[in-house]
Structures are given as structure tokens and as C-alpha cells.
Design a protein around this ligand. Structure first.
Ligand code: PXG
Length: 453
């Protein structure tokens, strides 16, 4: 080995206390790379409600990894199912071939989806699910003879992943502004955030139903004959937990139906028990035409997403020559055997342990606990529903996001993992969370928020 390859080889292994050089090659996604690499936080193991950090500390995970580890970490039935599948069949081509675990996973998803939803197309992430759903919506309109309906409507502050379609319908400025024109023919509803009227609401906020009427304005502007679909997160998660106002989703549904527009619920975060039901559609009693999901589908263990559609949508595609694919879309890793094995074990575990019901039962405990932070210095709003809560801090003058980031860093130092976005703290614990974990989390938050500048 010459000096250069030797140095490269050395850096290929990561020491227990890694140097900046060892961390340089990995361009970390959605991460402040320079800050991170100057003081790295590595996770090396996980069990139940906790991570273990590289410096040997137990860290309470109050965000389910990243809104995904709904069953809790390293659950034995899921781990063993993945191990078994890896040892039996590593890969199966997804196009014109299939394997049993894929059909089982689809049946399991459909069994817990709203009754009119009958089919699911598997992807590998939430972003892929969203772009797939948008393509299906446009293609479905064409299949039923409405080919002029190509427009897509998202919402300000929406997050639908990072692919081009999802970025275009998304409404978080920082995620959009670097990336040019994105996708043509997209418009946005206003966000549902009304802090003057709704601050410190518990569950669905009372004000804001009328914001759904903005869809009528967009229909008047563009004409319904140009609009394929509306996509919203039932609870906007990534932007900092915005709960749908009472009556809002119902009104969106009603306007979409009246104008022949498909309604897509992006349930990447709200799916699989987060709101106390399998999907937020059931929690709020509003039925979309398409649901996108990911994350909790495998409890975060193997990348997997899905697009769940109504029978009516699927049937519209089932025409044309029988030897040709009805939908020219899919991924090499759609319904990957390891992902399907993980999904099957995860969905079985949710049912065996009644974890969606557990989320519903624990929701009032989380609600009561987080609302005790009202009155703590810097706290300007608290909102929650199901096992999701957002705590909004007054931004530090001239440094938006800095105060919450300081809270994040200090919480981690004290053994608590939270998620922050802008100056909002988001909590979304695994559904196995216990009262003691919630108490520990809120006590730490209270002390840390009061202590930061
Ligand atoms: N839709 C929604 C509603 C999401 O929350 C995606 C799509 C994209 O999923 P993938 O698997 O492609 O990442 C998401 C992802 C945060 C945060 O800080 C949330 C997500 C991703 C990254 C950060 O809250 N959600």
C-alpha cells in the first residue's frame, strides 16, 4: 500500500471517538454537516424506547427515530423475520414476478386501510410514495377520459418528501428555493396555522374550517377541468405539527368530490397508529382516494413505502392489451423481500400487541404532560393529537431556529432525543411509550427550555 491508499484504508474504519477526517466522506442528508462533524452524535445500538450513544449513554427516543419506529426498537419478531428472509431469498424481481411475502404484505395493509381502499403499490420511501401517487392521479384522470386534469394542488408548509413532485407540491420554502422550477402546473392551499385563534389547542383546533374554501378559489382560478388532485398531510408533521382544524378535512373532501378532483392523504407520518387508528383517515372520519405511507409500515426497520388506492382507481387502469403493464411505473426494490418480511412482522406485532389502541390510550397522557409546559419561558404554542405533539418557541431575535436547535443539543446531552424544525419541538414517541417516559421527557424539556437563552 502506498501512503495515500493506506491513509484511505485507515479512514475506512471508524474509531470509537471519530475524527473530523473519518466523518468527511459521508455527506449527511438534511444535516448541518459542519456543526455535526465538529461534535458528532453517533448512535450505536437500540432497544425498546432507547438508543445507546457512541459514548455509552442511554438516550430516550421520543421521536420514534424519525417518526417511524412505531413498534419500538429492535423488536424480536421483526428482527427475526428479517433475518429469516435474508437467509431464504435475498431478492425477487418485482416486475412480472412475485413472492409470497409481497402479497401477504399487501393483504395486511388493505386489511387495516379504509374499506373502499383495495390495492397497494409498494415503494421504498415516503418520497417515492408521493411521486408515485401524483403520477397515478394524473394517469387516472386520463384513463377516465379527463386528460386535461394535470394540475396538482399542495399546501403551504406541506412536506411530501424530496423528489421533484413532492418538492413541488410541498410548501416549505427552504426545501424548494434551491431547486428551480420544479414541476409545472402546481398551486398551493394556505396553511392551516392560525396561532392568534388556535394557540394551545388540545386536539383539533376550533378555527380554520374556512381555509378549505380556498380550494374553491383555486378551482375558480384554474377551472376544475385542469386539476387532477389535492395532496395534504392530515397532520402536517415535518413543518412542526399542525393539527387539522375541526371540519377542515371534511370540507376539502366535499369540494374535491364536487369537482372530480382526487384527494390524496399523505400519511407517511400519520399512518400505522400515530393518531390512535391505523390511518388518520379513520381517526378523522374522512376518506381520501389515495393514501401514501412509509415509515411505520416496517417500523423503520427496512426502507419501504406504499400507495394505497381505492378499487375505483385500480379498476380504471385494468384495460388495454393484457400482456402489457397497466401502469408503467415501479421500482427495482418495490416489494423487496426483506422489506415485506419486515412489514408482515411489524403489522402482525401492531395487531398482537394492540399498539394502535395503546397509542389512543396514551394520547391524553401525552397531551396533559406537554400542556404543563405552557408558561415556561419562550413557549408560545403547544399543539397535539394522538401520539404527536408540537411545542413552539419564540425564535431568538435574528437567529431563527437557533433556540430550538440549542434545546435539541442540550436534550441529547441529557439523554433525550427530540426532533426540532425551525423553532418547533416535535414529539412522536414509539407507540410502546409509557407514562414514565413521557414524564421524563417533559421534565427534561422544561428544564432545558427554561435554561437556554
Ligand atoms: N411525506 C411526509 C408527510 C413525510 O413526513 C415524506 C413524505 C418523505 O418520506 P421519506 O421516506 O422519503 O423521507 C415524509 C418524511 C422531520 C422529517 O423533521 C420528516 C420526514 C423526513 C425527514 C424529516 O419531521 N418525513
Amino acid at each position: 500500500m502506498n501512503a495515500i491508499t493506506e491513509a484511505r484504508h485507515l479512514h475506512a474504519t471508524i474509531s470509537a471517538d471519530p475524527t473530523t477526517e473519518e466523518l468527511a466522506a459521508h455527506w449527511m442528508p438534511f444535516t448541518a454537516n459542519r456543526q455535526y462533524k465538529s461534535a458528532p452524535r453517533l448512535l450505536v445500538a437500540a432497544e425498546g424506547m432507547h438508543y445507546t450513544s457512541h459514548d455509552g449513554r442511554k438516550v430516550l427516543d421520543m421521536v420514534a427515530g424519525l417518526w417511524c419506529v412505531n413498534a419500538g426498537h429492535n423488536r424480536k419478531p421483526i428482527v427475526e423475520a428479517i433475518q429469516r428472509q435474508a437467509a431464504t431469498m435475498d431478492f425477487s424481481p418485482p416486475f412480472n414476478m412475485g413472492h409470497p411475502a409481497a402479497f401477504e404484505a399487501a393483504n395486511r395493509v388493505i386489511a387495516i386501510a379504509p374499506p373502499h381502499m383495495k390495492h397497494v403499490l409498494f415503494t421504498n420511501s415516503g418520497s417515492e410514495s408521493v411521486d408515485t401517487a401524483l403520477k397515478i392521479a394524473i394517469a387516472w384522470q386520463r384513463a377516465r377520459g379527463q386528460g386535461t386534469r394535470t394540475r396538482l394542488i399542495g399546501r403551504v408548509r406541506g412536506y411530501h418528501g424530496v423528489n421533484f413532485g413532492g418538492t413541488a407540491v410541498g410548501g416549505i420554502v427552504g426545501n424548494r428555493k434551491l431547486f428551480g422550477a420544479l414541476v409545472a402546473g402546481v398551486d398551493h392551499l394556505p396553511s392551516t396555522h392560525l396561532p392568534e385563534q388556535n394557540a394551545f389547542s388540545r386536539g383539533q383546533p376550533p378555527h380554520g374550517t374556512h381555509l378549505a374554501d380556498e380550494l374553491e378559489r383555486l378551482v375558480a382560478l384554474h377551472d376544475a377541468s385542469t386539476i387532477a388532485a389535492v395532496i395534504v398531510e392530515p397532520i402536517a408533521g415535518s413543518t412542526g405539527v399542525l393539527i387539522p382544524p375541526v371540519g377542515y378535512l371534511e370540507r376539502l373532501r366535499e369540494i374535491c368530490t364536487r369537482h372530480g378532483i382526487l384527494l390524496i392523504f399523505d400519511e407517511v407520518i400519520t399512518g400505522f397508529g400515530r393518531t390512535g387508528e391505523a390511518f388518520a383517515a379513520q381517526r378523522y372520519g374522512v376518506m381520501p382516494d389515495i393514501i401514501t405511507c412509509a415509515k411505520g409500515l416496517t417500523s423503520g426497520t427496512v426502507p419501504m413505502g406504499g400507495v394505497i388506492v381505492s378499487g375505483e382507481i385500480y379498476e380504471a387502469f385494468m384495460q388495454g392489451p393484457e400482456h402489457l403493464p397497466e401502469l408503467p411505473h415501479g421500482y427495482t426494490y418495490s416489494a423487496h423481500p426483506l422489506a415485506c418480511a419486515a412489514a408482515n412482522a411489524t403489522l402482525k406485532l401492531y395487531a398482537d400487541e394492540g399498539l394502535f389502541g395503546r397509542a389512543k390510550a396514551m394520547a391524553p397522557t401525552l397531551e396533559d404532560a406537554v400542556h404543563t409546559l405552557r408558561g415556561t419561558r419562550h413557549v408560545i404554542d403547544i399543539r397535539n393529537d394522538g401520539l404527536v405533539a408540537g411545542i413552539e418557541l419564540e425564535p431568538r431575535a435574528g437567529a431563527p431556529g437557533r433556540r430550538a436547535f440549542d434545546v435539541f443539543l442540550e436534550c441529547y446531552r441529557r439523554g433525550l432525543l427530540i426532533r426540532t424544525t425551525g423553532d418547533i419541538i416535535a414529539l412522536s414517541p414509539p407507540l410502546i411509550v409509557e407514562e414514565s417516559h413521557i414524564a421524563e421527557c417533559v421534565d427534561t424539556l422544561r428544564a432545558v427550555i427554561a435554561a437556554v437563552d
